[in-house]
Write a protein that binds this ligand. Structure first.
Ligand SMILES: [Fe+2]
Ligand SMILES: [Fe+2]
Length: 139
């Protein structure tokens, strides 16, 4: 996997790109915390921090997209809800003492988030910015 600074993953919205870069660093650190501390309160705390951070990120994206393209905003919203559901599931599984499953789900969340950003956010924000999603060049 390349860097979130790569042009191929640019949404052409600097605020969104900046968010994605910071977010992915933070989520991979928190995923590691969950993996190492799933049986401790720290693991639960890390999931709660991830959830709050993701709500902020999703809100920012939906606000940015809402005025520009309501249909794209609905697509974003639906997949954001799916990702938040996965975080709720991690919390529940962890609370039930299934720590290995919680760790596996946290890793799944991290990869599902990267997939979401690359396959949903980037193409939709590019489309709204009027950039051809098949071209990788920045003018
Ligand atoms: Fe995103
Ligand atoms: Fe998104």
């Amino acid at each position: 996997m390349g860097s979130w600074k790569s042009v191929e993953w640019s949404s052409f919205d600097p605020a969104i790109d900046d968010e994605h870069q910071k977010l992915h660093q933070m989520i991979s650190s928190l995923t590691a915390v969950v993996a190492r501390n799933a049986s401790l309160g720290l693991g639960m705390e890390a999931v709660d921090i991830m959830t709050e951070r993701m709500k902020l990120h999703f809100g920012l994206e939906e606000q940015a997209m809402g005025g520009a393209d309501p249909d794209s905003c609905s697509i974003l919203h639906e997949d954001h809800q799916r990702l938040l559901g996965l975080l709720r599931q991690i919390r529940q599984v962890m609370g039930n003492g299934h720590y290995e499953e919680a760790t596996a789900l946290a890793r799944l969340f991290s990869s599902e988030l990267a997939k979401h950003d690359q396959e949903i956010d980037v193409p939709l924000f590019r489309m709204v910015a009027g950039r051809d999603t098949t071209k990788q060049q920045v003018s």
